[in-house]
Write a protein of this length. Structure first.
Length: 662
């Protein structure tokens, strides 16, 4: 093995271990007691000789241990053998596959179906085959990693709307000519359900397809077999490894779509087919689920019992009504400690950590099954309540956060800023110049919220807030807030997203934000949140990087991502809610000693010189650096722009001051 690769692997594994993010497998085996009367006992397994009660499985109806389905698999294996044998387009497609596809179409109303060996491969195949760089795709902020990976591979432009927010989805659909909107029926880590009917209406209005990842809904949500899903959903991805208790997945849609995927989806063309035995099993599981509604009823009863017991025991939950019941802890290491304490008591619960969930929102993912008894659930909640008390976990749910809690809804942007926190002030010339202008005339009174606080802002001449003022410093990057605390220990730091502020209505007196809100996925949503939390006559003073910035980079043959225009920024402020008393575009030129320093600085304001097809044109091909020679040529061109003060970079800064109306 390459020494460089060995060093890279070792460093990465050590870093993951120290952060509590190292993933390891556990070899489990069947509890011998369960084999004596399979299907009748609680879901248990053995690990290192000890029996555990399983509250971490996606086997929502307990079908993975159904005697009828075990016999169905046995019979199918005797008939077809145990493997697929070849790609579906060679000899791997059989009557068993055809029968399953036809039945899925009957139950959902779709014209065609295509089988895959896993939900992940189905999602990635769909995304990277259906879309390309000419498409704009809108997706819920919490869609599955397989969808994100597939879209990245496709080259499509991805726009993400606030989780389950119809308003945010509609804003993005109105602004972009989107090919499709993607969501999940039941979200795998939060357990809540998407407003499918309302999203479908929006998509019809804007002539976009609605694609639904139905992995955690198919088989458990009421009406899954009514034959009318296709009336609302253009493309539906169902999996067989959750409620159906077996293996595989299917893409359901129009005949035209399925024929297109058969011809073009590389995951389908170049993979061995799902075995006929597994296809037969999935068909049997689908029929078993359909003809035994009592299993779904039992699951609903178990969910209700679990939530009632948790409420009585003051155990914090997210408010899900499905089998997925998350409990936010926040810190990854503490989440592992809590999960280990539960295991010590014989209860196995999944400890979910980044990158599966956003940084700072590590959680226990408790999953319920129809095979759990009432006694199992009572025991689980009693142990859980005691473990949480011993671990001193705050008894407040994430969706009821107050200003003393951490609410992290961040992606890799937060991670990058956290990593750069120590060197941030070496490259923030623009931020300092913009802050000097914005602070002129700004008064810190009452409860002050600094959005995108970074390493902190000094709001008075003494270096601390006035006695009558309390500063809430909000940022998505935990590393930045840790840096801030070193200089401003009296500020209350909150790790959260500007588009979902963790404050009550009418609780903030003034808002300050310097060059942070251009990071927002949905700027109007952030403005709406500011209006919600501000008191009557409260003021917001913000600066945002605007369109027309970084012209010098274009002169060097580099593309930059687009910023919002002044018209777009202005339109985000509803004049029924806001009085705009200052809206101006301020050009600020910053000078740098070297091109490297110049390029590094743009990262802090949400700029990038990577490809962005909105800005691309044949006449302005991006300069691609392929080595030191190209870099030196770029440096040479940059030197032709040098002024006496250094290499210039000009930003157009939108300065907005507004007052909250009644």
């Amino acid at each position: 093995m390459s020494f460089l690769l060995e060093a890279k692997i070792a460093a990465r594994q050590q870093a993951l271990f120290e952060q509590g993010l190292l993933r390891q497998r556990n070899a489990l085996c069947t509890d011998s007691l369960c084999t004596e009367s399979i299907g009748d006992l609680s879901p248990r397994f053995l690990f290192e000789g000890r029996s555990y009660l399983n509250f971490s499985s996606n086997d929502y109806l307990g079908l993975s241990r159904s005697p009828e389905l075990i016999e169905a698999l046995h019979s199918a294996a005797q008939q077809y053998g145990v493997g697929g044998g070849a790609s579906p387009l060679v000899t791997g497609y059989s009557e068993a596959h055809f029968a399953l596809e036809q039945r899925l179409c009957e139950l959902t109303g779709h014209q065609g179906a295509l089988l895959f060996s896993s939900g992940f491969s189905a999602n990635t195949a769909l995304m990277k085959t259906l879309f390309d760089k000419n498409d704009v795709v809108i997706a819920d902020k919490l869609v599955h990693a397989s969808i994100i990976d597939g879209l990245r591979d496709s080259g499509a432009e991805l726009k993400r709307f606030l989780h389950n927010s119809l308003e945010s989805a509609e804003r993005l659909l109105s602004r972009h000519s989107a090919s499709a909107l993607i969501t999940e029926s039941v979200f795998s880590m939060d357990g809540d359900s998407a407003p499918i009917a309302a999203l479908s209406a929006l998509c019809r209005q804007h002539q976009a397809w609605l694609i639904v990842d139905d992995a955690h809904g198919f088989g458990v949500l009421e009406g899954f077999d009514h034959g009318n899903a296709a009336e609302r959903i253009d493309v539906q991805v169902v999996t067989f490894g959750k409620a159906l208790g077996c293996q595989g997945a299917a893409i359901l849609g129009s005949k035209t779509l399925i024929d297109f995927l058969v011809s073009n989806a590389r995951e389908y063309i170049y993979s061995t087919a799902l075995s006929p035995a597994n296809a037969t099993l999935a068909l049997a599981a689908t029929e078993h689920c359909r003809t035994h509604p009592e299993l779904r009823h039992k699951l609903v009863e178990n969910i209700k019992l679990f939530k009632e017991l948790c409420h009585s025991a003051n155990v914090p939950l997210l408010g899900s009504d499905t089998a997925i019941q998350p409990l936010i802890i926040g810190d990854s290491l503490q989440t592992l400690r809590v999960a280990d304490a539960l295991k010590a008591a014989g209860i196995w619960v999944g400890a979910i950590r980044p990158p599966t969930v956003p940084v700072g929102s590590a959680r226990l993912r408790i999953t319920l099954s129809a095979s759990h008894s009432a006694g199992d659930i009572v025991h689980c909640v009693n142990v859980l309540a005691q473990v949480l008390q011993d671990a001193k976990v705050p008894r407040v749910s994430e969706r009821e956060l107050n200003t003393s809690e951490l609410d992290v809804r961040a992606d890799n942007i937060a991670e990058r800023f956290s990593a750069a926190a120590n060197s941030y002030q070496d490259h923030n010339k623009l931020q300092r110049l913009s802050a000097a202008s914005l602070l002129n005339g700004f008064s810190a009174k009452g409860h002050l919220l600094d959005i995108g606080a970074g390493p902190g802002t000094r709001f008075d001449s003494q270096g601390k807030a006035a006695d009558s003022s309390k500063v809430f410093a909000l940022d998505i990057a935990l590393g930045m807030l840790q840096k801030l605390k070193q200089t401003y220990p009296h500020y209350q730091s909150i790790c959260a997203d500007a588009e979902q502020l963790p404050f009550g209505d009418n609780t903030i007196d003034s808002i300050y934000s310097n060059l942070a809100l251009q990071w927002c996925v949905d700027f109007p949503a952030a403005v709406a949140e500011m209006a919600r939390v501000l008191k009557l006559k409260g003021e917001c003073h913000i600066t945002v990087v605007a369109d027309g910035s970084l012209k010098q980079l274009a002169a060097l043959g580099l593309r930059v991502n687009a910023f919002s225009s002044m018209d777009a920024l202005h339109s985000a402020f509803d004049l029924k809610q806001w009085q705009l008393f200052d809206l101006e575009l301020v050009p600020i030129t910053v000078h740098f000693d070297t091109l490297k320093a110049l390029l590094y600085s743009i990262k802090g304001v949400g700029a990038s010189v990577q490809s962005h097809h909105d800005c691309a044109s044949q006449a302005n091909e991006i300069h691609r650096l392929r080595g030191r020679k190209d870099w030196l040529a770029l440096v040479s061109r940059a030197e032709t722009l040098r002024q006496a003060e250094g290499l210039p970079l000009t930003y157009q800064i939108a300065q907005i001051r507004a007052r909250r109306l009644g």
